[in-house]
Write a protein that binds this ligand. Structure first.
Ligand code: SF4
Length: 343
């Protein structure tokens, strides 16, 4: 069932560069905060631009669906209600345990590969981070890389994190054999979730980005983890709304619950040659720690524009530095808005 909207706007083949914007603004002027406006377009280019526009204008994209005549996006006028937007800076904590990987995906946002130097965060630092995070109202910890299961002590790393908060480890799911399978078996079923990458319902597109045979091995890893009783979330990285919709239908057919699915766009960082261009100002910060320091967000965690401080400890000070930077960013945006209005 398509999401019901208060206003339906069919913009045909128009894009932001060819007349969509005035129609959109006129529709929003007829709306009240909280109203839903549906935008239907036959142009495949509208989606990323509309996402960016919503972020900048503090409207909220709530639904995307693809039909035979094009795509329909539904946005809510005004910011998401507090219950949806409530993710205070620091409630999510990301740890990059390492940067080396058994794969070399062509869109990897942190340039991981078998040749990438490990740059390990290390168990000692993770344990201290977890101890200090326990005092800082961290609700969720995400462990990522590189491929975290390349590390011999990943089981201890995940257990240390899970003592502090429910923990999700992002993995390509291809290494669950031998000692790594033993590690998998040792993990808390209640506190640790595996987020396994699967980009498409069938191997072709996944393998094109991630390497021949990788879809099948990821799928086997998913089945292995499920058979071991682990909670598994599937995460697809896609290029278009059509790819997202195709994957959504696949997840529906597999009866995968909403909370166990993630579909996100390729971001123009790292190895990616095309994708969503995201600057720091586009991103609500999620504190991210690597061996090099503390970053604004996990997407592009090795890019200097997202580095906030090289000092990880004390962790409370690192969190405060990210919050200060966020406030500063808000000030900057407000100043820009004033300049724009005067012009
Ligand atoms: S996207 Fe993930 S699996 Fe692919 S190279 Fe990067 S870290 Fe490895």
């Amino acid at each position: 069932m398509p999401t019901r909207a208060d206003i339906e706007l069919d913009v045909g083949g128009k894009t932001f560069a060819s007349g969509l914007l005035p129609e959109l603004i006129a529709a929003l002027r007829r709306s009240r905060p909280g109203d839903l406006v549906a935008v239907s377009s036959s142009s495949p280019n509208v989606g990323p631009e509309l996402e960016t526009w919503c972020r900048f204008t503090r409207n909220t994209l709530v639904d995307t669906s693809v039909g035979s005549n094009g795509t329909r996006w539904v946005l809510r006028c005004g910011e998401a209600p507090a219950s949806e937007a409530a993710r205070p800076v620091g409630s999510r904590l990301w740890l990059y345990t390492n940067f080396d990987c058994n794969l070399r995906c062509d869109y990897c946002c942190v340039r991981s590969s078998p040749k990438a130097p490990r740059r390990a965060l290390g168990l000692d630092r993770v344990e201290r981070i977890a101890r200090e995070a326990a005092e800082l109202d961290v609700h969720e910890i995400f462990v990522t890389g590189g491929e975290p299961f390349l590390l011999k002590d990943i089981g201890q790393i995940l257990s240390a994190c899970a003592e502090t908060a429910p923990t999700t480890v992002l993995t390509n799911g291809m290494l669950f054999a031998g000692r790594r399978l033993e590690t998998l078996r040792s993990l808390s079923r209640e506190r640790i979730t595996l987020q396994i990458s699967l980009d498409s319902p069938t191997p072709e597109r996944h393998d094109r980005h991630r390497g021949a045979g990788s879809w099948m091995r990821a799928w086997q890893g998913i089945e292995r983890a499920r058979a071991e009783g682990c909670r598994v979330r599937l995460a697809a990285t896609v290029s278009t709304d059509e790819e997202a919709e195709e994957f959504r239908l696949f997840l529906d057919a597999q009866s995968i619950a909403e909370e166990n699915r993630v579909i996100r766009r390729i971001v123009l960082r790292g190895f990616a040659e095309q994708g969503l261009a995201l600057a720091r100002a586009d991103l609500v910060p999620e504190v991210t720690i690597t061996a090099e320091g503390v970053c604004w967000h996990p997407v592009g965690a090795e890019d200097s524009d997202l580095l906030v401080t090289r000092d990880i400890f004390p962790l409370a000070e690192a969190f405060a530095a990210v919050r200060r930077a966020f406030e500063h960013e808000g000030e900057h945006r407000r100043r820009l808005a004033t300049i724009f209005n005067c012009a």
